[in-house]
Design a binder for this molecule. Structure first.
Ligand code: ADP
Ligand code: GLC
Length: 492
């Protein structure tokens, strides 16, 4: 089965969050399971630099009038060797800065054109006019940046297009642009309608994906239910409830090639999962690296996260004085909203032996945090899946998290029963406020002092398998169902 997997970020080429991890690891797992998969990604400078051997596989003309010919380059993902196609368009993608924003954190002004082009190319590769012979049997799209692809297929009236699946990684990001973008992206005006991609007088890339795709998936079963409600749907709940029969939640996985404490090049002391001496050595090394007090018995709470309200980082700052009063240490690596960054900076300046804040993005430090921490704080207000809890489990770091989305699907709160049965793997709170979060932290600190019980929790954390193969199988079943349906439709 041939699958084209379009995404706006792919680890290890370019990453701002979990979408990159998924777009690197899921295609690799699918390829391993026999799927003939190609990843489609914008030709960002970082991606072009990271892929040594590239070939031009086709030219695409200048479909959206940027004033230069767009080309398709092929290469391979480092490590897994999965084939990647890069959309080469220097004026749109080769610039210093991130995939969505400049170095100052401002969205690129031409994002509609940039991701309109990505969507256009994804759709074009599904048509007779494609410059390459390899034609996908399924088009798998991810997040708003690829949302226009099924709209283009619809607009062009392509005969027998491959079925499309659209995966929501985070419904809060929607890609909304002014009405005039419709013409700029060569989309037909009649599709700018309620039964189309119009959304409150804007063009919504996300709505296009949700409206025109054959199937919709999201990254955990719980989030699939949540986004059909006003509290989590960010305005799309009506459309999603309407499409409930086509919507599935498939839990993400963890890439244990990248997140394996026994073979982790970022660690000073690689260790076997569950080895408490190895864990202690990493904790001491982390405390030393961050300038925290060298106290082995004080719980060290770590945060590896974007710093914003979605991740509940304001709740951490609100609860911080009480957490520090209980004697715990808190270490953060993250970037995001300025007031939150400043808040963590200020706390670190006021309590240097107890709080460390590394504001920035650092893959190596993220690994050392997982290895050296005792607990991972994740008070997310919503969390489509969350990947860091999987990494924490493997590294023997116990999540303290809000029961939402993928966190609710993967965490088992520590209580008398779950400790006895050996299923407790975290500390979970139901109501997302600073008090409830603090109570969960206090329970975690209390149990941390009971070494025998803490050891039981660690055992259950490290024993879990969230590898990608199970989820990849679910995607394969979905692809099979979709191609079966498409054949049925053609016969009818
Ligand atoms: P989201 O995609 O919403 O940010 P996930 O938990 O799915 O959340 O994925 C976050 C990914 O980004 C993880 O791989 C995590 O390790 C990584 N990450 C987040 N912040 C940082 C940071 N400051 N430095 C390094 N890695 C980070
Ligand atoms: C999004 C979500 C996160 C999820 C990731 C990968 O960034 O916020 O919860 O794990 O996508 O699917």
């Amino acid at each position: 089965m041939r699958v084209l997997f379009a995404s706006s970020e792919v680890f290890p080429l370019v990453k701002t969050g979990g979408l990159a991890d998924v777009s690197g690891a899921l295609p690799a797992a699918l390829a391993e399971a026999g799927i003939d998969i190609r990843i489609l990604l914008p030709g960002y400078s970082q991606a072009l630099d990271a892929i040594a051997a590239k070939k031009v596989v086709g030219t695409l003309g200048d479909p959206l009038g940027v004033g230069a010919e767009v080309r398709l380059l092929s290469g391979k993902l480092p490590d897994s060797g999965v084939p990647v196609w890069l959309v080469e368009c220097p004026s749109l993608f080769e610039r210093a800065g991130g995939p969505y924003q400049d170095a100052q954190g401002r969205d690129w002004a031409d994002n509609a054109l940039r991701f309109g082009l990505l969507s256009w190319v994804a759709a074009h590769l599904c048509t007779e006019a494609s410059p390459v012979k390899w034609r996908p049997q399924v088009l798998h799209l991810n997040d708003w940046q690829t949302g226009l692809a099924p709209a283009y297929l619809q607009a062009w009236g392509v005969a027998n297009p491959p079925p499309t699946a659209f995966t929501i990684h985070n419904i809060a990001y929607q890609g909304q642009f002014p009405a005039e973008t419709v013409a700029r992206l060569h989309l037909p005006p009649e599709m700018y309608a309620m039964d189309g991609f119009e959304y409150y007088d804007t063009l919504s890339f996300l709505k296009a994906g949700l409206f025109y795709s054959d199937r919709i998936t999201t990254v955990s079963p719980r989030y699939a239910k949540e986004i059909q409600t006003a509290a989590f749907g960010c305005g799309m709940e009506g459309l999603l409830a309407h499409r409930a029969a086509d919507l599935t939640g498939i839990l993400n996985g963890a890439d244990y090639q990248v997140w394996n404490p026994a073979q982790d090049a970022h660690l000073v002391h690689p260790f076997t999962p569950g080895d408490s001496d190895g864990k202690a050595a990493n904790k001491a090394a982390l405390q030393a690296e961050l300038g925290l007090a060298q106290t082995p018995d004080v719980p060290l709470m770590v945060i590896v996260s974007r710093l914003n309200d979605h991740k509940g980082m304001d709740l951490v700052l609100a609860a911080l004085p009480n957490i520090l009063r209980l004697g715990a240490q808190v270490a953060v690596v993250g970037t995001g909203d300025r007031p939150l960054e400043d808040g963590f900076h200020a706390a670190a300046a006021a309590h240097p032996s107890q709080v460390a804040a590394r504001i920035g993005y650092s893959e190596p430090l993220a690994h050392r945090m997982m290895a050296g921490g005792d607990m991972l704080l994740m008070p997310s207000r919503f969390e489509p899946c969350g990947l860091t809890q999987f990494y924490a489990f493997r590294y023997g770091t116990v999540p303290v998290a809000h029961a939402t989305g993928g966190l609710a699907d993967t965490l088992v709160d520590t209580g008398y029963d779950t400790l006895m049965t050996g299923s407790a793997n975290g500390f979970v709170f139901e109501h997302c406020n600073a008090g409830a979060f603090q109570w969960a932290v206090e329970r975690a600190i209390g149990l941390y002092g009971r070494k025998d019980q803490w050891a039981r929790i660690i055992k259950s954390c490290v024993g879990q398998d969230f590898g990608w193969s199970r989820s990849a199988k679910r995607y394969m079943d979905l692809y099979k169902a979709m191609t079966g349906e498409a054949k049925g439709k053609r016969k009818a």
